[in-house]
Write a protein that binds this ligand. Structure first.
Ligand code: BGC
Length: 612
């Protein structure tokens, strides 16, 4: 989401085509070769995903289909599940200059934008997610995605003229003015400057990352149909205060170095190509004490308060707005591979006497270490791409996306020659262990191809371990709460999604009462034809060791999904107890659970709370 932009008329000179050394099997023919054009006046909206569909990349779908055919005989159910996700939207990676015109890996940008126009249904807007990923000295702290451009003045010059200008020229073509082109700006780049500033490659890359990102921001800011989300790594990378503070300061300083300023930014994207869960459902409170220690102090979280992407996006939003970003910014989480379903996924809170045992028993993220990033074994597809996800009002989520196309490798498990500048990273070797991972092995899958290439056996694992499982759905989206851009009140008024918080805000403050005393209230947070979602907040009036709430549901209403609570019935008189971690509350603290129901959303339900 972003503040308003003035409409501009942009003149662009023709730019060079792809790298001629690159085979161009898929080179696009329509309108190829740059453009001289103008971007029309069009409303740049707050949340580009609201009310829009998302572009489905037929090239990705075809790879899924091929893998499904390969599994048809050995595992027909898995093949069916693969086909069931084949039409999910995924990001289009412009991972080198030749990708713009098309190369051996796939068709070029115009092919995708033309296909998006074909997919557009009447007047309904469609978004296309384009990953901008070619900075000089790319992937400075790792090797698997090193790029084609060196961290030199000449590399920056080529980045600006042959890459960013070429993308901008295509985005600005009049035929695409009605597409909502969402750019994911340079994964891992600025985060690396914060946490890996002692690394020589990152030091060399530093000025070029700042200049390149600023150049791209200004170029795209001139186009009302382009939306820019800056990559902000993930909670297991930037979540510590000592990293999040400097990261947001760096994001702000790069943005302030642009002509367009904060208006150039629509938001941030987290977890790009990573595996960090959206929510650690059974580890909801990082400060929970086990054996006299906070659970965040254990070896998996290493004192980080941000356990998951819901935590990190909320943290980032608050910090970014405090640093000067408009309150209309929104967050996107890459949920392509952060599902962690399968048999080992916990289903309830399990007690244990030490922090490490407690975390191990209850965490969803099954990695050996949160720094492990390459082709993680045991991972599954995460929440499906969706606009306006519900449930995390503080995170100001614009959407869940599959930015990394599931099934594309993160890096080769052995050295493979290539002409893309990619190197071999030991983090992709299954047998490598390192102190950087707390002495653990990498958790990487064997037999992996080069980063970006199709890795069928990884795709099979991701589908088998999907969470929600294939055939199940995300919780329903929240109502469109995006604001109209352009009015002076935008920033002052803020995003109306924060109103959801107000329901449980200061008004609910209580004076500490007798232990065991509690109150509860139920709010319908979303409703649709034939169903609704509700949230129940329990407020501890005195200290609580647990709670139980009861309410009567009207005839015709039935609970069909409930989380963070233990329920005794699904219709009529219903009683719901805590699930351990949300039961122990000090006076004034709140716990909550939620549910979805079928039937008409109930109005003014009385809720009784009994504590102990
Ligand atoms: C690779 C890119 C690829 C992208 C999407 C990155 O790790 O370096 O070449 O396009 O993943 O799969």
């Amino acid at each position: 989401m972003a503040a308003s932009r003035l409409a501009v008329v942009l003149a662009l000179t023709a730019c060079t085509g792809g790298d001629s050394a690159e085979p161009s099997d898929f080179a696009s023919t329509s309108n190829a070769g740059g453009a001289s054009s103008s971007a029309s006046v069009d409303g740049h909206v707050d949340n580009p995903f609201a009310g829009a569909t998302m572009y489905v990349n037929a090239q990705w779908s075809a790879q899924v289909e091929e893998t499904a055919s390969d599994y048809e005989d050995s595992d027909p159910d898995l093949a069916d599940d693969m086909r069931a996700v084949a039409s999910e939207p995924t990001g289009v990676w412009m991972d080198r200059i030749s990708a713009i015109d098309g190369n051996a890996d796939g068709p070029g940008l115009r092919y995708h934008l033309d296909a998006a126009l074909d997919q557009q249904d009447g007047d309904q807007p469609i978004t296309v997610t384009v990953v901008v990923y070619d900075l000089p000295g790319r992937d400075c702290f790792a090797l698997a995605s090193n790029g084609e451009l060196p961290a030199t003045d000449e590399g920056l010059e080529r980045y600006e003229t042959e890459y960013i200008d070429a993308l901008t020229a295509i985005f600005a073509s009049p035929e695409y003015e009605d597409l909502r082109i969402v750019t994911v700006l340079e994964p891992d780049s600025l985060p690396n400057l914060v946490t890996n500033s002692s690394d020589a490659n990152c030091q060399a890359a530093d000025p070029y990352y700042r200049a390149g990102v600023a150049y791209a921001l200004d170029a795209f800011a001139s186009l009302p149909n382009v939306y820019t989300y800056i990559d902000a790594a993930h909670s297991g990378w930037l979540g510590w205060d000592s990293n999040s503070g400097p990261s947001v300061a760096l994001f702000a300083s790069v943005v302030e170095s642009t002509e367009a300023g904060f208006d150039a930014v629509d938001g941030f994207v987290t977890n790009t190509a990573n595996y960090t869960p959206t929510e650690e459902t059974y580890l909801a409170d990082a400060s929970l004490q086990v054996g006299g220690q906070e659970i965040r102090s254990g070896s998996f979280y290493e004192w980080n308060y941000d356990f998951d992407e819901a935590d990190w996006t909320a943290d980032l939003y608050a910090r970014a707005v405090a640093a000067g970003f408009p309150s209309t910014i929104g967050m996107v989480i890459d949920t392509s591979r952060n599902g962690w379903g399968g048999d080992d996924r916990p289903t309830e809170v399990t007690d244990a006497s030490s922090v490490d045992a407690y975390v191990a028993a209850n965490k969803i993220d099954a990695r050996t270490h949160r720094g492990a990033w390459c082709n993680q074994s045991g991972a599954g597809l995460g929440l499906r791409p969706q606009a306006l996800p519900s449930g995390y009002p503080d995170s100001h989520l614009d959407a869940y996306l599959w930015v990394k196309p599931p099934g594309e490798s993160d890096g080769s498990s052995e050295e493979i020659d290539n002409d893309e500048g990619k190197s071999y990273d030991l983090m992709c070797s299954p047998s490598y262990s390192t102190e950087r991972l707390g002495g653990n092995t990498t958790g990487a899958l064997a037999d992996a191809p080069l980063s970006g290439k199709w890795f069928a056996s990884q795709f099979a694992e991701l589908v088998a371990n999907a969470y929600p499982a294939v055939g199940e759905e995300n919780p329903p989206a929240r109502e469109d709460d995006s604001v109209e851009l352009g009015s002076a009140e935008d920033s002052a008024a803020g995003d109306s999604s924060s109103d959801a918080d107000d329901a449980w805000g200061e008004d609910d403050a209580v004076v500490a009462g007798e232990s065991g005393e509690c109150s509860a209230s139920l709010e319908v947070t979303n409703s649709w034809q034939g169903g609704f979602q509700a949230n129940v907040v329990v407020t501890a009036v005195g200290d609580l060791a647990g709670w139980e709430v009861s309410f009567d549901l009207p005839t015709g209403v039935e609970i069909d999904g409930l989380w963070n609570g233990d329920s005794s019935g699904t219709s009529g008189a219903v009683t719901v107890g805590d699930v351990g971690w949300n039961g122990v509350l000090a006076a004034g603290e709140t716990g909550e659970f939620g549910f979805t129901g079928t039937g008409d959303a109930p109005d003014g339900v009385d809720v009784e709370c009994v504590g102990n």
